[in-house]
Design a binder for this molecule. Sequence first.
Ligand SMILES: Cc1cc2nc3c(=O)[nH]c(=O)nc-3n(C[C@H](O)[C@H](O)[C@H](O)COP(=O)(O)OP(=O)(O)OC[C@H]3O[C@@H](n4cnc5c(N)ncnc54)[C@H](O)[C@@H]3O)c2cc1C
Length: 452
Amino acid sequence: MDVKTGGATRGGGGAETWANWAGNVTARPARIARPTTPAEVEAVLTRAAQEGRRVRPVGSGHSFTALAGTDGVLVDVSAMSGLLGADDASGQIWVRAGTTLAALNALLAARGRALANLGDIDRQTVAGAVGTGTHGTGAAFAGLASFVTGLEIVTPAAGLVRCDATDDPELFRAAAVGLGAFGIVTALRIATVPAFRLSTLERTERLGSLLPRLDDFFASADHAEFYWFPYTDLTTTKRLTRLDPDDVPGGSTGGGLPEWRRRLHDDLLSNTVFGALSGTAARVPRLAPLASGVSARGLGERRFTDASHAVFCSRRAVRFRECEYAVPVDALRDVLRDLTAAVPRLRRPVTFPVEVRVAAPDDVWLSTGYQRANAYVAVHQHVAADPTEYFAAFEAIAAAHDGRPHWGKEHSLDAERLEALYPRMRDAKAVRARVDPDGLLRNAHLDRVLRG
Ligand SMILES: Cc1cc2nc3c(=O)[nH]c(=O)nc-3n(C[C@H](O)[C@H](O)[C@H](O)COP(=O)(O)OP(=O)(O)OC[C@H]3O[C@@H](n4cnc5c(N)ncnc54)[C@H](O)[C@@H]3O)c2cc1C
């Protein structure tokens, strides 16, 4: 059976096999539906319920967890793409759920608008990214779900509904970061900002000099983050500063890094060379510390200015698995101290840098940022290396600081622990019981994390 990662492949018997981007989750759904309208989504749910099959929505398959897996009906929303409307006065747009962030960024740029913040990549669908609490970095910026002001959603019990802060606010607050457990989102209303450019400074700094002044570091730019390279004291820091489009000759589109230099850095240094190094380290573990040091030094310093989405998002050609926890910002130093002490003790070496970001609090019930300013620590392992020991060690460290796991990344927490971490979890479960009383949207992973 040929299984391509990040999508569906038809096998010999005609059945389609689905795999996520990292290839660590596969499923053999009874069928894959590709609706193009909300009415077709309603029909998919009705038919599945009649057949006694369960249903799971899926976007670009970039989650590392088994959220979307099902042996029932997989609903691929990617055909529902594009803008439904835009209100130029308020800057709000309605966008169809299956639109990728890349497509949305292009549509917004053409209107002189942008999303206020973004994560590392733009391959995800809007619904998938929002639905797992995807975030970028920036002490004044919450995750993508905080930009959402309304949802159009097909629920098993009520069919197609629109909800927002005044119409069914409970459904709105529960289903924004909703893991596809409350219904199938068909469109989202999103607050956008005027297009802006980012000036970027990337350079190598010592972890030892960052740790005593983490607050200063994250206050040193609108969007600051760093990558720590295990077995070294080296980090690559990134500081992105927002510029007004009028500040820079060339407006919101000109003045970026020349294309050949971007490709040299992103394709060759960040992806190709790094991929070879981390892949080798995954297969020959004793080379991991050497590979980490070479990677850290190889990236060097660069400064450039470009449109916001071109700076926030880059290509990730090297496949990895990932576990990320949100911890209170004040706990970050302790978490990093414990992690740097734990990594050299692991039997299987780490082949990927650790990413460290921050985000502002929000009011979305199941968001990792719910009423808490967080630091985000993400650990990765090359797909060729078993991440079990590393991720377990990191989870134990995060647990000591009330870490909330990213819903789209690997973690081992169950419903009981998650209920203790999310003050509105019980309210969200009450909404779920109302909109999906028969559990049409259940799967084994959701049973583990949302049971009860
Ligand atoms: C290379 C890489 C880089 C990443 N970088 C970041 C980052 O910088 N920051 C960050 O926070 N995360 C990051 N992630 C995680 C990623 O943003 C999330 O896992 C996101 O959910 C993926 O979106 P997707 O469209 O692939 O959704 P999927 O993985 O396909 O689905 C995610 C969830 O959304 C649900 N869903 C999908 N469509 C709908 C719908 N229409 N209605 C209701 N529910 C739906 C699914 O059922 C599932 O529960 C990264 C992942 C990868 C692989």
